[in-house]
Design a protein around this ligand. Structure first.
Ligand code: RB5
Length: 151
């Protein structure tokens, strides 16, 4: 199950991503927003992120105008590693090296086709583990303790 969310600016692109997920036979849950009425991205980004952090959804995709605000919102939730991407290379490496569990897109940045390409790449790429595992674990330590205790 993929958690989806957007603000009003990301709504149209979110519908495109829903179509893509349906084409791929993947299930999703939409945490809003559901209309073009102006709204606040932290409300929706955090709702999708909580579902991922709690394990109700395996991964999440969130969308606002730039992808920045909604990615920051998602990253405030413990256990979330959300990457904002405007090209597939970072999407791919964010899975291979950082084990990102959420992807943020900017509807004012990436067009429909590019956004689809980014999502497909991000969904299909596994975490490489190995030497990257320790670094991802260090992120969790930083989240918990604000320090790695090495300084
Ligand atoms: C909304 O105007 C806009 O600020 C929002 O969609 C997003 O781009 C914020 O980061």
């Amino acid at each position: 199950m993929i958690a989806l969310a957007s603000d009003h600016v990301g709504l149209t692109l979110k519908k495109t991503i829903m179509e893509l997920l349906e084409e791929k036979g993947l299930t999703y849950r939409d945490f809003g927003t559901y209309s073009q009425e102006r709204c606040d991205y932290p409300v929706y980004g955090s709702a999708a992120a909580k579902a991922v952090a709690e394990g109700t959804c395996e991964r999440g995709i969130v969308i606002c105008g730039t992808g920045v605000g909604i990615s920051l919102s998602a990253n405030k939730i413990h256990g979330i590693r959300c990457v904002v991407c405007s090209e597939p290379y970072s999407a791919k490496l964010s899975r291979l090296h950082n084990n990102t569990n959420m992807l943020a897109l900017g509807s004012r940045v990436a067009g429909e086709d590019l956004a689809r390409m980014i999502v497909e790449t991000w969904l299909e790429t596994p975490f490489e583990g190995g030497r990257h595992q320790r670094r991802v674990e260090q992120l969790a330590i930083l989240e918990e303790k604000q320090t790695l205790g090495e300084e």
